[in-house]
Design a protein around this ligand. Structure first.
Ligand code: HEC
Length: 387
């Protein structure tokens, strides 16, 4: 069967996109990460006669893009390999080739010949994989770029919300689709916003279900492909504290795990505490002489209000991203646009930037001053970004 016929079948998808079949899911994993669901080794041969390297280093998406449309790089343009492009006769560079069929497509990624038996450039690796893995990959290539994300219907976009009961959509609808907030973590949503103090369970689910998640907080060092975190890392806390202390008349003392020995600290100290140090510190052990000279970092303003401001910021980002994507959203374009969010500013929260290499949103940290008279943290100086 010609690929174009398969592409046409996708038009008859049900109103609520049902996500991918297990075979397509496995194929998507190979396409995006070079990893076989069964844990079998997939190899990529880059020059004739050489040993294969693991395909995890050279997954298809790395060159052809998450959506299959090709990412031009270093002068060679990886072909558009969406079903629409492969399903028709075409000129690719200086040569012409007929439309691909399923066996010809398998030959292309295994042996490096196009549908007209022209040898493909060596920048296109030759892949070694089992027939099962090839079947999975082919099943995904047949829908590549058109797999409508879950949670999107003709007239609504569904978004999961965890831990922000008061969250409301300030934009009612985008491109004719209602924004529907649903509390919980179900898999039939475009994405999940998590405002709890520890978003890691949601981030795990995000990886498992391939649904992006925007979590206010995470303790992870690396959030993962589908995981986006609003707040900064522990290192960012240290950087912000140091940047705040610079030029001050007192001697900065950084505490990152607790506050043992704080009773003996020098009289001219400016004590800088990360949120982790503060969590393990008994305020009663801090001498009065340090009044207003203990600065405590937090990833965001503490309390339910801080979390709901961050969740509201996440929702504004989502609305903005949906507005950029227009009506033709795909899960791939969604990830791509999330990774291009740049210094997105909302009231009460620090500017958020995500890139392909960094899924922590802001480098700014909420700094507070400890008032020992009242035993309270004052929200000053507020948001500070390290240098
Ligand atoms: C290192 C970059 C790279 C990777 C990884 C890669 N490709 Fe390619 N691919 C290319 C380039 C470059 C071309 C164009 C070659 C040419 O024009 O001769 C191409 C061409 C193709 C073509 C031929 C398109 C046509 O119109 O004839 C297919 C099919 C293809 N790739 C599929 C895949 C699949 C499937 C994977 C993953 C299993 C993959 N590629 C991984 C770079 C890559």
């Amino acid at each position: 069967m010609r690929l174009r016929h398969l592409a046409a079948l996708a038009l008859f998808a049900p109103a609520w996109a049902q996500g991918l079949t297990p075979v397509q899911e496995r194929g998507r994993e190979i396409y995006l990460t070079g990893q076989s669901a069964a844990g079998r080794e997939i190899g990529a041969v880059i020059s004739a006669g050489s040993d294969p390297v693991p395909a995890t280093l050279l997954p298809c998406a790395k060159c052809h893009g998450d959506d299959g449309r090709g990412r031009p790089e270093g002068g060679v343009r990886p072909a558009d390999i969406t079903p629409a492009a492969l399903g028709r006769d075409a000129w690719v560079g200086a040569r012409s080739r007929p439309a691909y069929t399923r066996p010809l497509l398998e030959r292309a990624f295994r042996m490096g010949y196009d549908a007209g038996r022209n040898e493909l450039d060596r920048t296109m690796p030759r892949f070694r994989m089992t027939p099962d893995d090839a079947n999975d990959l082919l099943a995904y290539l047949e829908i590549l770029g058109s797999d409508a994300p879950r949670g999107v219907s003709d007239d609504a976009v569904r978004i999961n919300v965890v831990g922000a009961p008061g969250l409301v959509a300030t934009t009612a609808s985008i491109y004719g689709r209602r924004i529907e907030l649903r509390h919980g973590r179900g898999a039939d949503a475009l994405l999940t916003i998590d405002a709890t103090p520890d978003g890691d369970a949601t981030l795990d689910a995000a990886g498992r279900d391939s649904i992006p998640a925007l979590a206010v907080h995470s303790a992870r060092a690396v959030p993962g492909r589908y995981a986006f975190v609003m707040t900064a890392t522990n290192e960012d806390q240290v950087a912000a504290l140091l940047s705040y202390a610079r030029g001050k008349a007192y001697k900065p003392v950084m505490l990152t795990s607790g506050c043992r020995g704080i009773g003996n600290i020098s009289r001219d100290a400016l004590v800088l505490m990360t949120s982790q140090a503060a969590a393990n510190c008994d305020p009663a052990s801090i001498p009065r002489s340090l009044d207003r000279r203990v600065i405590v970092a937090a990833p965001s303003p503490p309390g339910p209000e801080g979390a709901s401001t961050a969740a509201q910021a996440a929702l504004s980002i989502v609305a903005n991203v949906l507005a950029q994507l227009g009506r033709d959203l795909s899960s791939h374009s969604l990830l791509a646009v999330l990774e291009r969010v740049h210094r997105f500013q909302t009231p009460g929260f620090a500017p958020v930037t995500w890139t392909a290499n960094r899924h922590f949103g802001t480098k700014s940290v909420w700094l507070m001053t400890l008032d020992l008279q009242t035993q309270r943290l004052i929200g000053e100086p507020g948001w500070v970004e390290g240098e």
